[in-house]
Design a protein around this ligand. Structure first.
Ligand SMILES: [Zn+2]
Length: 383
C-alpha cells in the first residue's frame, strides 16, 4: 500500500501566499537567493503573487517556487517560451542521471532507462495504453482533455538500490515503494519489476515482451504493476488538464481517480478492461471500515487532506476515497465531470478553506447528509 509522495510537497508549500495567475509567452529570467546561495532560473511564470513571489515552470517542466524575500531580480525577454522537445528532455536528463542510461521515446513519453531495451519498450507500451484509455474515458464522460505541453518523463532503473538512491536525492527520502510521481519535476520513477537486468548480467538473453507480460500478469505482481499505473495516472491527470500541479485539488479526489484506474488487465491485449471495475482490496477495506465509520467520515474526507496524510486510518481513508469516486462516477457522472472541471480551473498554490471545499462539493452534488446515506446504501449493495 502506498501513500502518495506528493503530500510532502504540498504541505511544504501550503503556506505560500501566492495569488493571481497571468499568461506569459516570453521567457522569464529570475535570480533568487536561498540559504546564502544565488540561483538562476529561466522559464515561464505560472503564478505571480501580490507580494511579488513567483511560481516558475522551467523548459523541462520543473516547478520553482520563489518567495518575494528570496527574489533578487526578475526580467523578461522577447523570446517566446518553448518547452523542451523530447530530444532536449532526453539529453538534459542523461546528463543528470548516472552513466549507463539510454533514451526510449514514444508519442507522449521520454523513458530513461538503464535496464533492458525490451523492458523500456514494455513500459512505453503500458504508459501509452494508459494514456489513450485515460483520454478516451474522460472524453466519453464529457471532459475533453488537452495534449500535454511537455513529453512526460519516466525514469526506469534496473536495480532497486539505484532507484532508492535516486529517490533519496530526488525527494529527500526513500522507502520500499516500487514507483512514485514527483509533481515538482513532473517525473515518474520506478525500477524493473522483472529483474531483467540481473538475468542479463548472469548471461541470460533479454526477455521478450510476451515473457515480461507473463511475469507481470502473475497474481503476485498485480499490486506492484498497479502502483506504477497509479503513479502514471497522477502524471497524466496533471499533464492533460484534468488537474493543475500545486492547485488545491482535494486528495480524496486525485487519489480516488488514480485508484479507479490502477488495475490493468495485462492478460487482455485490449488493455484496461478493468477501468472502474470493483477494486476488491479497496472494497473489502471499506466494508470492514463501515462498521466503525463515524457520522462525520465523509465530511472530514472532503474538508481537508488530513485523513489521507495521517498514518493512522490512512488505509481506510484511501478505501473510502476509492469508494466515493466509484459511487459518484456511477450515480452522478455529469456532476462529477462538472466538479472536475471546476477544480481544473483552480490557481496553483491558492488554498481553499475546509468550508470552501465543502461548499464547492455540496453546490454540485447536493446535501451531504443525504448523499452520505445514499453512498453507504450503494456501497453495501455493490457486488
Ligand atoms: Zn496516489
Amino acid at each position: 500500500m502506498r501513500h502518495c509522495l506528493r503530500t510532502t510537497f504540498l504541505s511544504v508549500l501550503a503556506c505560500a501566499l501566492l495569488v493571481g495567475a497571468r499568461a506569459a509567452t516570453a521567457v522569464d529570467h529570475v535570480v533568487y537567493e536561498r540559504d546564502g546561495v544565488r540561483h538562476r532560473v529561466q522559464g515561464r511564470v505560472e503564478v505571480e503573487a501580490q507580494d511579488g513571489g513567483l511560481l516558475v515552470m522551467d523548459r523541462a517542466g520543473k516547478l520553482w517556487t520563489i518567495t518575494a524575500e528570496e527574489k533578487q531580480q526578475h526580467t523578461t525577454d522577447e523570446i517566446p517560451f518553448a518547452a523542451h522537445t523530447p530530444e532536449e528532455i532526453g539529453r538534459t536528463l542523461l546528463e543528470e542521471l548516472p552513466d549507463g542510461f539510454q533514451v526510449h521515446t514514444t508519442a507522449h513519453y521520454v523513458i530513461l532507462y538503464d535496464t533492458s531495451r525490451s523492458y523500456a519498450r514494455w513500459c512505453g507500451t503500458l504508459l501509452e495504453r494508459l494514456y489513450g484509455t485515460f483520454n478516451n474515458f474522460w472524453k466519453r464522460k464529457g471532459f475533453e482533455l488537452v495534449e500535454p505541453e511537455l513529453p512526460m518523463v519516466a525514469v526506469v532503473f534496473a536495480e532497486r538500490e539505484n532507484f532508492r538512491r535516486y529517490m533519496q536525492a530526488d525527494i529527500g527520502r526513500s522507502s520500499s515503494i516500487v514507483g512514485y510521481y514527483n509533481l515538482i519535476n513532473n517525473r515518474v520513477a520506478m525500477y524493473d519489476l522483472t529483474g531483467v537486468q540481473r538475468d542479463r548480467v548472469a548471461g541470460q538473453r533479454e526477455r521478450s515482451r510476451a515473457e515480461i507480460n507473463k511475469i507481470l500478469a502473475r497474481p503476485e505482481a498485480g499490486m506492484t504493476v498497479a502502483t506504477i499505473v497509479h503513479e502514471a495516472t497522477h502524471q497524466i491527470a496533471f499533464n492533460c488538464g484534468l488537474q493543475r500541479r500545486l492547485a488545491d485539488v482535494p486528495f480524496w479526489l486525485s487519489e480516488g481517480v488514480a485508484m479507479y484506474f490502477e488495475t490493468p488487465n495485462l492478460a487482455s491485449s485490449g488493455g484496461w478492461r478493468g477501468i472502474g471495475k470493483i477494486n476488491p482490496s479497496r472494497l473489502s477495506r471499506f466494508r470492514s471500515y463501515q462498521s466503525e465509520r463515524g457520522p462525520d467520515s465523509l465530511r472530514e474526507l472532503l474538508r481537508t487532506d488530513e485523513r489521507l496524510q495521517n498514518s493512522e486510518g490512512v488505509l481506510e481513508a484511501y478505501a473510502e476515497s476509492w469508494a466515493l469516486v466509484h459511487f459518484l462516477l456511477k450515480r452522478y457522472p455529469d456532476e462529477f465531470v462538472e466538479y472536475m472541471q471546476m477544480l481544473s480551473q483552480k490557481t496553483p498554490l491558492v488554498r481553499s478553506t475546509p468550508e470552501e471545499r465543502l461548499e464547492e462539493f455540496e453546490q454540485i452534488f447536493g446535501n451531504l447528509d443525504r448523499l452520505d446515506r445514499e453512498f453507504v446504501t450503494q456501497m453495501r449493495k455493490l457486488r
